[in-house]
Design a protein around this ligand. Structure first.
Ligand code: DX5
Ligand code: ZN
Length: 220
């Protein structure tokens, strides 16, 4: 049986008390922390960069899964050499993707490639041997709290087949709109790591309760 990992994204956390929010994810049983770095160019928003990630590194032992929503990501990766465990870059802004993935691995990090809803799988197919993770965006990136685009689950299933055919042990991650109501379908499509933003950080329930609910929904 595949072990499913939950990666809370702090994008909808309370940025005024970020350290507490991160500790809550660790105490609540998260498997890693998903960090959304946005540059105001690849996506309209600007979130945070290496200075904040450095500060968060000091408050938790959770692995850091860094999602660079930035143009020219190859210019930024070294800034996360001491903090990130996995560095994910978008194929849409990586003309020399294999060089970038190699550079990430040379830093001793796991290398991930992200693919937007409108990008065809063929864009990443040749890079499968060079990746430790494929991240499928099931929303158009830029904001938390959006609805999942359900058609993207078919793409997840097709990428799962490609990874299996290649004998790749890479993780298959879904980012965007994962909730208790669809998390089982995400796993059924072949994902084994789920980014959960607004389904973990919201006003309805505590971080720990939300993580527990999501885990229960996977098993249901
Ligand atoms: C959006 C980010 C996501 C976001 C997911 O561009 O990449 O990681 O935080 O948030 P939810 O789970 O609310 O869609
Ligand atoms: Zn993300």
């Amino acid at each position: 049986m595949t072990t499913v990992k939950i990666a809370p994204s702090i994008l909808t956390a309370d940025f005024g008390r970020l350290a507490d929010e991160v500790r809550a994810a660790e105490l609540g049983g998260a498997d890693m922390l998903h960090l959304d770095v946005m540059d105001g160019r690849f996506v309209p928003n600007i979130t945070f960069g290496a200075v904040v990630v450095d500060a968060l590194r000091k408050v938790t032992r959770l692995p850091f899964d860094l999602h660079l929503m930035c143009v020219e990501p190859e210019r930024l990766i070294e800034q996360y050499a001491d903090t990130a465990d996995t560095i994910n870059v978008h194929i849409e802004v990586s003309p020399h993707i294999n060089r970038t993935l190699d550079a990430i691995r040379r830093l001793g990090k796991r290398a991930g490639v992200c693919i937007n809803p409108g990008t065809s799988i063929s864009a990443i197919e040749e890079s499968i041997p060079a990746v430790d993770q494929v991240m499928v965006m099931t929303i158009n990136p830029g904001w938390g709290g959006q609805q999942m685009i359900p058609e993207q689950l078919d793409k997840v299933a097709r990428i799962r087949r490609l990874l299996d055919e290649a004998g790749s042990p890479a993780d298959l991650m879904i980012d965007g709109g994962v909730k208790t109501g669809n998390i089982a379908s995400c796993v059924h499509a072949g994902a084994n790591v789920l980014v959960c933003g607004s389904s973990v950080y919201n006003d309805q329930r505590s971080v720990a309760e939300n993580i527990a609910d999501l885990r229960r929904a996977v098993r249901a």
